[in-house]
Design a protein around this ligand. Sequence first.
Ligand SMILES: Cc1cc2nc3c(=O)[nH]c(=O)nc-3n(C[C@H](O)[C@H](O)[C@H](O)COP(=O)(O)OP(=O)(O)OC[C@H]3O[C@@H](n4cnc5c(N)ncnc54)[C@H](O)[C@@H]3O)c2cc1C
Ligand code: FES
Length: 269
Amino acid sequence: MIDEQVEVLANDEVAEEFYMARLQAPYIAARAKPGQFVNIQVSTGGAPLLRIPLSVCAIDLDAGWIEVLYENLGPKSEVLSRIGRGVSMACLGPLGNGFAPPPAGARTCLVGGGIGVPPMLYWGSVLQRQNYPVTLLVGARNKGKHLPDELLAPAASVVRRASDDGSLGQAGLVTDLLQEELAGDAPHAVYCCGPHGMMRAVAALCRESAVPCQVSLEEYMACGIGICVGCAVELQPDEQGAAGSDYTRYGRICVDGPVFDARRVKWED
Ligand SMILES: Cc1cc2nc3c(=O)[nH]c(=O)nc-3n(C[C@H](O)[C@H](O)[C@H](O)COP(=O)(O)OP(=O)(O)OC[C@H]3O[C@@H](n4cnc5c(N)ncnc54)[C@H](O)[C@@H]3O)c2cc1C
Ligand code: FES
């Protein structure tokens, strides 16, 4: 991991308040695994002081770029959304552990809710290249918050959508789609990223169906490298001490995660 000075090659709106930034980042592009993230300094002159952690959404090894996909939600993402081509930024990465691969030939189901979709796109495209059958379930508030087909297509052979208001795909929650998948020819492995409540529900459904599930957790972050302990997540009592860190009761999402076996996470409201 290094703090790479990266150049913005493109930074365009791809859905309502969702932006895709392409960054010339040869060091990170050569090393980033699906599920890993970068921590980007969007401002050099004061606020916002903290960096923004964003999952790697795509890489091009030959061209040496990475893409990050983000929603304009608050101060950091708003500043980033206004940065144009040619600007340089400090980008720390690749960070975190990344997804553990499924067993050979496993039917995999990727579940992305809202802005949890980006890590699924990178992971799905890698799995597809390795000939895993991949189904991608995407949930969003409405049609405007859904990403275009061409961004999702490389990540899965089957893409299913749900929206809260029924304006695109099935009306309802992405967990409704997962329930249908689990009731049918169930996947052998589920990977999930999205809002906390959604991941908790996905973890519970997978547990009931005895399907292994990995979740990519998100929490406020400062350092991104395990020092500030600002990103702690409580782990299940029977897994205490298994986080591979010095902290026995909590894992740090930035270094012990962001990807965890869903059974290891202590799911609170
Ligand atoms: C490992 C990791 C990977 C991430 N990948 C992506 C990604 O690929 N695309 C993307 O858009 N976002 C991603 N996020 C979340 C993103 O970092 C935050 O939304 C961002 O920091 C918001 O900063 P802000 O200043 O724009 O808004 P803020 O004002 O800080 O936050 C805006 C809203 O988002 C909530 N929020 C902020 N940070 C987090 C967080 N870390 N987890 C949960 N809720 C949060 C706040 O409660 C608030 O409601 C990731 C976070 C982590 C930890
Ligand atoms: S963000 Fe500082 S320890 Fe994780």
